[in-house]
Design a protein around this ligand. Structure first.
Ligand code: AMP
Ligand code: MG
Length: 327
């Protein structure tokens, strides 16, 4: 089992050294927990793929300490600098042309790199202390539900890593929004995430290209490698529903679970679960993965999950639920 460390100054210094010399560390971010390695160290990054059982064609996101550090790893353009100043630190990842010092294994051979700056105070302090960027995909076995607590990381990868930095529960609970900025005149969202697309559109004063739900279409896969149709998945089959009525809840069988967006009125048996008290999207997102794990561990035959509205964070929530339901 891994050692779960508290974010003291001494522990952060130790973790920096451990990363510098090629170790892997489970780290908190404001979105989900990450599995971190020194992004300049190809052998350390190879261990990320091995530990997660992640396919080599699925590139890693690199973390830097701020807009000033963007140029360390990629060729930034004025739009990237402007959006970094507006939204960083925060759950927004840019895809930009990579510099050669980023090893090819990090970007799965692509000539672009994904870069972000986390707002999690403890992880941000660690990144600031490191004089190298940190590659960190989610700290879960490939395609399983992403971790939002140190205990989730322990449960999934604890036997394969030495340290997990405990930064509490992740505040957003879904992955970062990924924005392709390689062509400044045509910014486009590759993955819906914790920063609503509308916020970026308001900042830019124009609408931007959005992803459609990715099927097995290889031309799309090429643009957003790793955005596989089946992902974030519980082992229990999950069916997505536009809505779930009280009559349907009342007729659920014992081995069926319902996952609602908000607490239903009235009283229902223990197989009726909900993601928020009153439907607030930020609360739904932050509880989503922990609740899916809890239900997945309860031995149900099927989960019926209710779709979120198609706006704001609802787009990221539905994207995850669709992939979770993909068989
Ligand atoms: P995660 O596993 O949540 O860290 O997500 C990493 C995802 O970021 C990958 O699966 C890709 O979809 C995306 N990504 C990373 N690097 C690139 C890149 N250079 N170009 C396009 N997408 C990327
Ligand atoms: Mg992931």
């Amino acid at each position: 089992m891994a050692n779960i460390l508290q974010p003291t100054e001494e522990n952060l210094r130790e973790l920096r050294k451990f990363l510098l010399f090629g170790g892997l560390v489970g780290v908190p971010t404001e979105t989900v927990y990450g599995l971190a390695a020194n992004a300049f160290d190809p052998e350390a990054c190879a261990k990320i793929f091995e530990v997660k059982q992640r396919p080599a064609n699925d590139p890693l996101i690199c973390h830097v300490s701020g807009a000033d550090a963007l140029e360390d790893i990629c060729h930034a353009n004025p739009l990237a600098l402007r959006l970094a100043k507006r939204f960083w630190p925060g759950p927004l990842t840019f895809v930009l042309p990579k510099k050669s010092k980023i090893p090819n294994i990090v970007t799965a051979g692509l000539d672009s790199v994904a870069v972000r700056c986390s707002a999690h105070p403890d992880f941000h302090r660690l990144v600031e202390q490191c004089d190298f960027p940190i590659a960190a995909p989610s700290a879960n076995p490939f395609a399983y539900i992403s971790p939002t607590t140190a205990q989730h990381v322990q449960a999934g990868l604890g036997s394969k890593i030495t340290f997990i930095l405990d930064g509490g529960s992740c505040s957003f609970g879904v992955e970062s929004t990924i924005l392709d900025l390689r062509d400044e005149t045509n910014p486009r969202i590759l993955r819906y995430g914790a920063l609503p697309a509308e916020d970026i559109e308001v900042e830019l004063g124009r609408s931007i290209e959005k992803p459609t739900f990715i099927t097995a279409d290889e031309s799309v896969q090429h643009l957003a490698p790793g955005a596989l149709p089946k992902h974030y998945s519980p082992r229990t089959p999950l069916e997505l529903r536009g809505g779930i009525s009280n009559a349907e809840l009342a007729s659920l069988k014992n081995d069926q679970a319902a996952l609602l967006l908000a607490r239903p009125e009235g009283s229902f048996p223990g197989n009726v679960h909900w993601l928020s008290e009153n439907g607030k999207l930020s609360e739904i997102a932050s509880n989503l993965y922990a609740k899916l794990r809890e239900i997945d561990e309860s031995g149900y035959a099927t989960i019926f999950a209710e779709e979120a509205p198609e706006l704001g964070l609802g787009l990221a929530i539905n994207d995850r639920l669709r992939r979770a339901s993909f068989r």
